[in-house]
Design a protein around this ligand. Structure first.
Ligand code: NI
Length: 226
């Protein structure tokens, strides 16, 4: 599923992130691209071991840890340290699919089930730069407010349109989900959303809630890989 999660970063976190990015030493973004991706990728990235990248990465991970909407939808098992990119005028990233497997700096192997883009510049700060994700319903185009997160299946063809004004800043990262299959993850998320709606209608104490909550847990147990 594609999901827009608003305000993953609060104003103070966003301000800190922007200050760190303003002083950062950027390098060619092709450092993390696969062979096909490198052919169509034109942007700048922060080296993962740069001090600013480490602080920013920890900031984003802390925000994700407290974000219920992210955890309910993605069911994360492993999150690769968030990376950071910058697209200036004329830069973009053509159609590609993210690498299936990535290795963290500590050697941990991560299967990329879910791709995430956390927007760090607002849509008023640049033109172009839409993240376009293809699915069977067509193209989805996103230029979200700063601090908002877009979550989409890592197996989707996607691109970043060329920036024609200003600078697009974002964090991007991949997650291995407890639940490998997109359709199973979507079903669990649908059930979780329905339970949330019922709770908000004051039905949390009803016996049906016990059965439905149990069904959610038993489906997760059936599908989870740990
Ligand atoms: Ni990508």
């Amino acid at each position: 599923m594609m999901l827009h999660i608003p305000q993953v970063l609060g104003p103070a976190e966003l301000e800190r992130a922007r200050a760190l990015l303003a002083d950062a030493a950027w390098v060619d973004g092709r450092i993390t691209a696969g062979h096909q991706g490198a052919l169509v990728k034109c942007n700048r990235q922060l080296p993962q071991d740069a001090p600013a990248a480490r602080e920013l990465s920890a900031l984003v991970l802390a925000a994700l840890a407290r974000c219920e909407a992210f955890n309910a939808a993605v069911l994360p098992l492993r999150i690769l340290p968030p990376l950071f990119n910058r697209y200036g005028v004329g830069e973009g990233f053509g159609d590609h699919i993210d690498n299936a497997i990535r290795r963290a700096a500590d050697g941990t192997v991560v299967r990329t089930d879910v791709s995430c883009t956390l927007f760090l510049a607002g849509p008023d700060e640049y033109d172009g730069g839409e993240l376009v994700v293809e699915d069977t319903f067509g193209d989805h185009r996103a230029r979200l407010p700063a601090g908002d997160l877009l979550v989409y299946p890592a197996g989707s063809i996607h691109r970043v349109e060329p920036v024609t004004r200003g600078t697009r800043l974002a964090s991007f990262f991949w997650v291995q989900s407890l639940v490998r299959e997109e359709a199973a993850r979507t079903l669990l998320h649908d059930l979780d959303r329905a339970l949330g709606l019922l709770r908000r209608r004051g039905l949390a104490g009803e016996p049906e809630m016990v059965v439905l909550t149990g069904a959610w847990h038993n489906l997760l147990k059936r599908w989870a890989e740990t």
